[in-house]
Design a protein around this ligand. Sequence first.
Ligand code: ZN
Length: 150
Amino acid sequence: MSDLRDLYQQTIIDHTRRPRNFRPMPDADHHARGHNPLCGDRLELYLKLSGDRITEATFTGAGCAISTASASMMTEAVKGRTIAEAQLLFEKFRILLTTPIHENVSLDGLDKLEVFGGVREYPVRVKCATLAWHTLEAALKRDDHEAKTE
Ligand code: ZN
């Protein structure tokens, strides 16, 4: 368990210091804003799709370490996936963060995202970690409204 916690902290720090895909995308064909009022995290997400496959995902914004790291890793995780695959990944990610660890559910495919299982110990942080994913859902629906974690 302590190994996982170390990995969790190292991964969060790494992605907070050097967020991947952190830039606006002027020619994005999907775009949404996300806001987590509980913590003050804000982000904008930009997507490019080819058919139903996400070919590019970038973000900008300002938030706490967990929201930034989560957005960074989410953009990496969904790139190259279909919309359905990305939605399934969000579903598993949500289960990872909110379901007690002893409940045996299959979370295959989360890969690196599994480090966010550490967030489970800090329920107030779950919304920080899921903000990017809620914003992804809004962007895929072409929803111009702001995605909220509430
Ligand atoms: Zn936050």
